[in-house]
Structure formats: C-alpha cells, structure tokens
Design a protein around this ligand. Sequence first.
Ligand SMILES: Cc1ncc(COP(=O)(O)O)c(C=O)c1O
Length: 389
Amino acid sequence: MSKENHFETQAIRTQMERSQYLEHSTPLHLTSSFVFEDAEDMRASFAEEKERNIYSRFTNPNTSEFVDKICKLEGAEAGYAYATGMSAVFSTFAALLNAGDHVVSCRSVFGSTHSLFTKFLPKWNIETSYFKVNEIDKIESLIQPNTKILYAETPTNPAVDILDLELLGSIAKKHNLLLVIDNCFATPYLQNPIRFGADLVIHSATKLIDGQGRVLGGVTVGKADLIREIYLFSRNTGPALSPFNAWVLSKSLETLSVRVDRHCENALKVAEFLESHENVQLVKYPFLKSHPQYDIAKKQMKKGGNIVAFEIKGGVEAGRQFLNKLQLLSLSANLGDTRSIATHPASTTHSKLNEVDRLEVGISDGLVRVSVGLEHYEDIIADLNQALG
Ligand SMILES: Cc1ncc(COP(=O)(O)O)c(C=O)c1O
C-alpha cells in the first residue's frame, strides 16, 4: 500500500496476507504453533533465514497485523505486541536496561509504572530520578553518566498535564538518551511522539485503541534495532498478546479515528460545561484555553483527547458524594471506553499515597477524572450536572 495513504486508510487497509478463502474481513488465526514442510524448513525457520510464523509467542498473523498497523499509524519501523500495557512497559525497560543503568522520568506516570520504577527496577540496581511536569528545565541536572532512558507520558494520568515532546526529544538527542513515550491517552490518531524525536512509543491498547472495554493489550513500537532487542527478550520471556485479542484490537483500529473524533468533541463540551459550573473550581482539558500547557497541547496534539480532570469544591467528601450520585456514568477502573467513566483518585486509585505525594502528581483531594465516552453529550452533561448538585 502507498505510503501516502491517510491515517484512516492505513488503519483499515493494512492487512495480513489472505488465505485461500480470500476473506474480506481479517480472519482469526487461533493457533499456538505453525507447521513446517520438512526438517530443512524447520531448521531454516529457527535460524531466521526466512521470515515466517513459528510459534504464537514469537509472532502470529493477527498480532503481526495489529503491530504493522500501529507502526504505520505511529510512523515506526517495527514493534511487538503485549498482553497488557504494563507488560509492554516492563518488557521495554527489562530488555533495554542493564544492572546499574539509570532512568530519568516524569513523576506523573501511571501508578504501576511508578511501582516498577520505585519497587521493582531497584531490585536489579536500576534507579530512577523524577522531574515534575513543570520542571522540564531540571531534567539535564538529573542526567548521570549511566542514564539510558528518558521517559514520560503525555497527557498524564490522571491530571491531564502536557509535556513538551519537542523539548524532550532535543534533550534526549543532546545527551544520547533513548526517549520512550507512553502515548496511551493520545492514541496514534492524536499524537505521534516519533515525529518529535521519540525512539520508542508504548500504548496500553486496553484504553482507546480497543475503545469498547473488552480486551487488554499493549504494544511497543519504534526503531528497528531497539525493537529487535525488545523482541528477543519478549519472545523468550512470554508476555505476548493473544491472537484473539490482537484480532479484536486490529478491528478496533479500523474505527479509531471516528471514535476518537467523537470522544474529543464530547470531552470538549463536557469540559466547557464543567468550567461554567459553580461547584467546580478547576477544569483541566488540554484543548481548553485555560489549560496551563494549552499552547504545547495545540502544537503536538490533533485534538484534546477524551479525559477531563476537574476539582470539586469540598475536597474528598464532596468527591465521594459526587460519585455516589452519578446515574449514567460508570464507576470503573478503566478509561477510553464507549461508556463514560468517573473516578476519584484521592479516595480510590491513589488513596495509599500521602497528601504531599498526591499533590506532586497533581491529585488534589477534590480531583475527579472523567473518561468521556460516546453517549450523547447532553446525557453525559445532564448526569454530571445532577451529581454536582
Ligand atoms: C498511561 C497508562 N499507561 C499504561 C497503563 C497500563 O495498561 P494496562 O492496564 O493495559 O496494563 C495504563 C492503564 O491505565 C495507563 O493509563
């Protein structure tokens, strides 16, 4: 297919080779392994003298189709698909780092990624130094001779802060670091970190890429030489995406652009409504002019995404009461679903952090995160309105 094809066309028309049945829609290859013609075919395949499927922990037509699509959509050379977003994050670090290496990361990272940095990587003598979202100018002072990876998410979870990808790209280049970006909140449709200098891009496909709350998945894409190391680590350690989930996710990508367009339209309307509500004291949405990094968001994102964070007047208790009054929005741990979801991080996902640590990642007592879904925006707003009382 021509390189010039648009995003929507690549997301639909990037496809595996068809079988003798010439399926129109992508067929599902539920098989753990593949057969060889003879002993020589088997030897040559294991020696990687030919490119072919051997065992679904290594590759499978469905996982390859999903990876090929994400590569095209992100502008990446190669990739590997994982059972979850966290297995993509973990395997990327584990494959590329050696004992004694050092990571510089934004402090505002997903909770399990924070645990990886603070509880698990130190077991292998890999330390992480953090900078806060508004401290990009401090990054250079954190870099050590053994620093290998510069890591960030943008927009961040749950406070939807934005980091300047171009600036991160130039710092990584200057200091010869690998820039790894978790692009989960933006999806490849809204933002392509590789354009700004990222070496690797990670997604939790569980979120907007599936978009319908059905399956877990993850993927890492980027430079071919890095992916080769990541692939060899992963094919031996076993975090592979299942062919069935890959089939679901590849089909989901066919509708990613239309879904995300509507998610963003709804989210902007929800953000504008919340900004006008008397019981709300702060609304964070990347494409609201009041967002502290609005100009950066406009520079690097196509639209603002589907996550709106806002602060209810009245702190933790007001947050709890608000959640209890919701009728349409779900209380659930996921995000990026067709169904709108509300969470109150201070009393749930981040309740184990002390107040100082919570505030460091932008989680005030009254912060609510809404993953705006695809229901009619008037119904979403009506539910928020009655719950805000
Ligand atoms: C930004 C971000 N990265 C990674 C993950 C982990 O993804 P998964 O739940 O698919 O392991 C999440 C999950 O919420 C996330 O929000």
